[in-house]
Design a protein around this ligand. Structure first.
Ligand code: MRU
Length: 352
């Protein structure tokens, strides 16, 4: 089975649980977790068993449909109160990727639109909405892939950071979608450099894994090697994903992305952000308003090492994301089209 054919997140056939591929075990072990309780889904999101902005959104949709199934309420008001409690709880799993809140709000909207339906029917509607979020995600990634592909040409050297791949979405990924579309259309002569992506190694463990598995010519580099490969003329295009885009085009993505953007500008390399419109947050004006998750210091000092690699007691700063200034971005590829500066105007033109 190819990675591209695996489901990152899916509802079990009997609709009793959410099945996710445990991404903390990849690439060594391919294991599907069956999560029934909302607490288990919260844990899976918090600890990156499922990760990547769109996949987190899909997961949140299913999580609410499953949670709703277990709510025992006499009437709509009680049902709504219990639903909102669970929604608030799940919203605390991670702060940066806006798709989590976007999907939770979409599920709440669906529930409110069904206020005069019997509760069993409402529960069915919630499952249908969660499924729609998942199916739309596949279609959206595919569209991003087509638009991104139109920016590619034979012989390209493409650099990507973190994993905005099929593992981060329902299928295709965002930053990797143009590469998969290229392969489907028979264009094979391009090369991808994957940044390892310290500290959680999403580039090494996930992107290199899925691209290599798909037969795409892939080279893994440490994050601090990006400048050298760009300087050597081996990269002429950058595709990255994103977790939240502000109205002015500032973009939060995995820590290290802004450094790649600075380098790309220095070397005159186009830098594209691949963003489903669900990732664009028009309620915030600039990237300074995006909450940046800080994670446990042990991810830097101990994880992946045989023994601790930093002195006990040393201060550690471990932000999981950074913000790339819109001035460094050549274009933002959404499923509705390619947006270029001024971004707010471009987003509004696409009806975002
Ligand atoms: O901490 P992660 O692994 O969830 O971070 C993921 C990223 O930064 C991705 O690039 C982003 O979510 C886009 S996924 C299509």
């Amino acid at each position: 089975m190819r990675v591209l054919d695996l489901d990152t997140v899916r509802l079990s056939e009997d609709r009793s649980c959410l099945e996710i591929l445990d991404q903390t075990l990849l690439p060594g072990t391919v294991k599907v977790l069956r999560l029934e309780k909302i607490e288990d889904i919260f844990e899976a999101i918090r600890f990156l068993r499922v990760r990547g902005a769109p996949a987190i959104g899909v997961c949140a949709g299913y999580a609410m449909a499953l949670a709703a199934l277990r709510i025992e309420a006499e009437d709509y008001e009680d049902f709504l109160t219990a639903f909102l409690e669970k929604k608030e709880y799940l919203a605390g799993a991670r702060p940066t990727a806006v798709n989590l809140f976007w999907a939770l709000d979409r599920m709440e909207r669906t529930l409110r639109e069904c206020a005069d339906m019997p509760l069993p029917e409402i529960k069915e509607r919630l499952f249908a909405e969660a499924q729609a979020i998942r199916d739309e995600d596949v279609a959206i990634s595919r569209c991003i892939g087509e638009i991104g592909f139109s920016l590619m040409k034979p012989g390209d050297g493409i650099l990507t950071h973190c994993n905005a791949g099929t593992l981060a979405t329902a299928k295709y990924g965002t930053a990797t979608a143009p590469m998969y579309v290229a392969r489907e259309k028979g264009m094979c002569d391009f090369h991808v450099f994957c940044d390892e992506t310290r500290p959680l190694l999403q580039g090494a463990r996930l992107t290199a894994f899925e691209l290599h598995d798909a037969g795409i010519d892939t080279t893994l580099i440490c994050d601090n090697m990006a400048s050298a490969v760009m300087q050597a003329g081996k990269v002429n295009l950058v595709f990255v994903g994103c977790d939240r885009v502000a109205a002015n085009g500032d973009t939060a993505n995995k820590i290290g992305t802004s450094g790649v953007a600075v380098l790309a500008k220095h070397y005159g390399i186009p830098f594209y952000v691949c963003a489903p419109t669900s990732t664009i947050d028009m309620s915030i004006q600039t990237g300074a308003q995006i909450p940046i998750e800080e994670r446990d210091p042990s991810e830097i000092t101990e994880m992946w090492y045989k023994e601790r690699m930093a002195p006990e007691g040393v201060k550690v700063y471990n932000p999981a994301f950074d913000v790339t200034d819109h001035s460094l971005i050549t274009g933002i590829i959404t499923e509705r089209g390619l947006c270029q500066a001024p971004y707010e105007e471009a987003f509004r033109k696409l009806g975002i």
